[in-house]
Design a protein around this ligand. Structure first.
Ligand SMILES: Nc1ncnc2c1ncn2[C@@H]1O[C@H](COP(=O)(O)OP(=O)(O)OP(=O)(O)O)[C@@H](O)[C@H]1O
Ligand SMILES: Cc1ncc(C[n+]2csc(CCOP(=O)(O)O)c2C)c(N)n1
Ligand SMILES: [Mg+2]
Ligand SMILES: [Mg+2]
Ligand SMILES: [Mg+2]
Length: 344
């Protein structure tokens, strides 16, 4: 491929070669405002106006985080970016740059790689960041390793360890939707029946599995409002708030009535014989933000109060309760645990 040419129709990664692929992929990424040196040198240079940089990294693996028969290449690009951008926002930072490690089989269509890059560029644009570098390799299945950087805009980072008794726990973004979508896709594949996936009532649930919609802008807003602690929900609400509880040496009690369960979730739950509250409390991959706000602070627009921080670690150790009880069946995702073999 010439320096400005498009890859020929139907070309595979092997046809293009490593440097042709890099050229084609990086052409999809425009320089963001924070990028001083972008792709093309030994490393990128990003502005760090604050003098501190937020850095996070997460993997996205074919068969583990996505299936090519469930998600398009564009979806996968969106999801790989979103799961990292949400971690930046959860520190109270504004995302600035992403780095894309990409490994795939040589017989993968170049078009798949380019569509993935387009999805990633679109998701970055929504968060005000851009892809500034990466790496490529061959592999037996597709793997994306994404690293994201963020700007704290002069504020201290919002850690998992800062929750204090009396704080209100607030939620920004969707919960349980991606898990409901995953359950529908899993049921559809198991039964070989497309009605689980094609039913218009559940379109948004399936879309939520494919493309999370984290409320990026609310990360800095919640930080500026004085949030004591914050995280995004990747593995499940109870599991991820459990990390805040342990790190802060507190207990957290959630109010089940705070969760207004959408009609789509209700009907999907009824069809699959699952209590949708289980998806809300234990479902991952929607990447909403949960924050602990000091008493007297009005939750910013777009946030709802879902519980409160209690003193002490509780009788059974630091933990999370729902209506005062330990929730059952809401353990969340553990790559080496039971949830990884039980997608419902
Ligand atoms: N292999 C590793 N080496 C070093 N640190 C790690 C490793 N894996 C995870 N960590 C660190 O452990 C902490 C928790 O990681 P975890 O991946 O659970 O958080 P997360 O990225 O917010 O969640 P998720 O991966 O579910 O989106 C993070 O600070 C992360 O950087
Ligand atoms: C094909 C397929 N099977 C299962 C799942 C569900 N899943 C995978 S990883 C994860 C938690 C977040 O991951 P991480 O902790 O790595 O950020 C969840 C809920 C999926 N998305 N795709
Ligand atoms: Mg992680
Ligand atoms: Mg996280
Ligand atoms: Mg996880």
């Amino acid at each position: 491929m010439g320096s400005h040419g498009r890859p020929p129709a139907g070309a595979t990664l092997r046809d293009l070669g490593e440097f042709g692929l890099i050229e084609a992929v990086t052409a999809r990424f425009s320089h963001g405002r924070d990028v001083l040196v972008g792709p093309g040198d030994d490393a990128a240079v990003l502005a760090a106006p604050d003098g501190r940089v937020v850095v996070t990294t997460d993997l996205l693996l074919e068969g583990r985080h996505f299936r090519r028969d469930w998600s398009s290449a564009v979806d996968v690009g969106h999801k790989a970016a979103a799961q990292n951008l949400a971690d930046v926002a959860s520190m109270g930072a504004r995302p600035t740059g992403l780095f894309l490690g990409f490994a795939a089989p040589g017989d993968l269509a170049v078009d798949w790689a380019l569509a993935m890059a387009d999805g990633m560029a679109e998701e970055c644009a929504q968060a005000g960041a851009s892809v500034s570098g990466g790496d490529v390799s061959s592999a037996d299945s597709i793997m994306l390793g994404v690293t994201a950087l963020g700007d704290l805009q002069g504020r201290p980072p919002v850690l998992r360890s800062g929750a204090r008794p009396g704080d209100a726990v607030v939620l920004a973004g969707r919960l349980g939707w991606a898990q409901a979508g995953l359950a529908l896709l899993t049921a559809g594949s198991a039964a070989g029946d497309s009605r689980w996936v094609d039913d218009p009532r559940w379109k948004e649930l399936i879309a939520a599995h494919r493309r999370p919609r984290p409320p990026y802008a609310l990360g800095p807003v919640l930080a500026a409002a004085g949030a004591h602690a914050m995280c995004d929900v990747s593995d499940g609400l109870v599991a991820d708030l459990g990390h805040i509880a342990v790190a802060s040496g507190v207990s957290i009690d959630l109010a089940s009535e705070a969760f207004l369960i959408d009609e789509a979730m209700r009907s999907a739950g009824a069809a699959l014989d699952v209590d949708p509250l289980r998806w809300v409390l234990g479902g991952g991959e929607d990447h909403p933000l949960v924050a602990c706000l000091p008493p007297g602070v009005t939750p910013p627009a777009g946030c709802i109060v879902i519980g409160s921080v209690l003193s002490g670690a509780g009788s059974a150790g630091a933990g999370v309760t729902v209506d005062g009880e330990r929730p059952v069946g809401s353990d969340g995702w553990d790559h080496y645990g039971q949830s990884a073999t039980d997608a419902s």
